[in-house]
Design a protein around this ligand. Structure first.
Ligand SMILES: Cc1cc2nc3c(=O)[nH]c(=O)nc-3n(C[C@H](O)[C@H](O)[C@H](O)COP(=O)(O)OP(=O)(O)OC[C@H]3O[C@@H](n4cnc5c(N)ncnc54)[C@H](O)[C@@H]3O)c2cc1C
Length: 359
């Protein structure tokens, strides 16, 4: 990075235990950045820029360096959100050298619903027109869908002084849910999202219901993209349920020729399977939940454990599904001491009541 192109920001974080928080930062960001740790310092480098974090006087002294103002703001927000998350209920303060509050985050894309169709009985595809699909091509796959309250002009999120996202509140509260950009149609300027319809008796499912009810012309926003790039490796092991199927389908469609992919995908029944066109060599095991004897079958985990035990050690393992399944699969990767740079393991939903990914 040329110094003249550099945008910089420093901050001071005051956690209860600076060393413990530095450990948590390194542990988490190793899946998203190059992390270099010495006893009192960590350097995180990604395509957004670098973050140098030092322990000084029981505080964390932070120095961000990025190639653009937008990258700097994104790095600041991401770090701030994570630090407050790591602090949990413990007292925690974060201050920055510049405190310019943004009225609106720069990575908000206003989009308009173009069409809706059922891809399978339980997977509904919504296509959105987007003025600039460029940021969605070839990089990170995930977004947060922001749906404004019916009948109100949307207020989109900005940035708080501590760097975190300032979410609109009260009557302006948005519906916020995480989704995957299933495909980018650059020619038409469209983004596709596949929404699983997952009826949960007695429980509201606002994200799924948005896809069921939305009409062409509806205006919403996508925040991102972020949090999960296309994995590039010669050997890929992809594991997931329907919530991960859009991401798996996109990975399979976009990886280069010569990639060897083994995929294990759990769906309700054969009708929920989808064609997965790819230039890669692809071996898919479809699991049908409907054939299980118990509602709480651990079949996906069991197949995942077996595949992990048998895979070549240079395999990139990409796994996304329910929270407890992820915990169990991550534990087997840990036991094998699988390189954290060769894995993406994220829970996409939770069976726990009231436990949405953005609630
Ligand atoms: C990075 C990321 C990417 C994602 N990409 C996609 C995607 O492309 N397509 C997609 O459909 N989902 C995707 N998800 C999952 C999606 O965000 C969750 O399923 C979300 O909970 C749906 O919100 P909701 O309002 O419909 O239900 P919620 O209000 O969150 O939950 C209501 C009830 O439904 C249950 N529930 C939630 N999700 C599921 C599920 N998948 N299967 C069964 N029961 C469920 C909950 O346990 C709860 O009881 C993604 C999640 C993440 C974190």
């Amino acid at each position: 990075m040329n110094a003249s192109q550099e945008f910089r920001l420093s901050g001071i974080a005051t956690p209860k235990d600076a060393s413990e928080m530095l450990g948590e930062i390194c542990e988490h960001f190793v899946e998203h950045a190059d992390v270099h740790r010495t006893e009192n310092k960590a350097t995180l480098t990604s395509k957004l820029g670098s973050a140098e974090i030092r322990i000084e006087d029981r505080q964390l002294s932070i120095e961000l360096r990025c190639p653009s103002q937008q990258a700097l703001q994104l790095s600041q927000t991401s770090l701030a959100e994570h630090l407050f998350y790591f602090a949990g209920d413990e007292p925690f303060e974060l201050t920055w050298s510049q405190t310019a509050r943004l009225a609106r985050l720069p990575n908000i894309h206003e989009v308009t619903v173009v069409s809706c169709e059922d891809v399978t009985p339980h997977m509904r595809r919504v296509k959105f027109a987007c003025a600039d699909v460029g940021p969605f091509i070839g990089g990170e796959m995930h977004v947060r869908l922001l749906v404004p309250p019916k009948g109100r002009l949307p207020i989109w999120p900005g940035q708080r002084e501590d760097g975190r996202v300032a979410w609109p509140e009260g009557d302006d509260t948005l519906l916020v849910r995480a989704y995957t950009i299933r495909a980018v149609d650059a020619e038409r300027g469209e983004l596709w999202i596949d929404f699983l319809q997952h009826p949960s008796p007695g429980v509201a499912t606002p994200g799924a219901d948005f896809a069921r009810d939305t009409q062409p012309g509806d205006k919403v926003a996508l925040l991102g993209p972020g949090g999960g790039a296309l994995p590039l490796a010669t050997n890929l092991l992809l594991i997931g349920d329907e919530s991960a199927l859009p991401a798996i389908a996109r990975i399979v469609a976009e990886v280069p020729e010569g990639t060897q992919i083994q995929a294990i995908i759990e769906v309700e029944n054969q009708e929920e399977e989808q064609p997965l066109p790819s230039r890669a060599s692809l071996d898919v095991l479809w699991l049908h939940r409907q054939t299980y004897f118990s509602d709480h079958s651990k079949r996906l985990r069991d197949e995942a454990h077996a595949a992990i035990a048998a895979m070549p050690s240079n395999t990139f393992v990409w796994v996304a599904c329910e929270k407890e399944d992820i915990r169990s699969i991550k534990a087997s990767l840990k036991t094998l001491q699988h390189d954290k740079k060769k894995m993406y393991a994220a829970w996409y939903w939770t069976r726990k009541p009231g436990g949405s990914t953005d609630g």
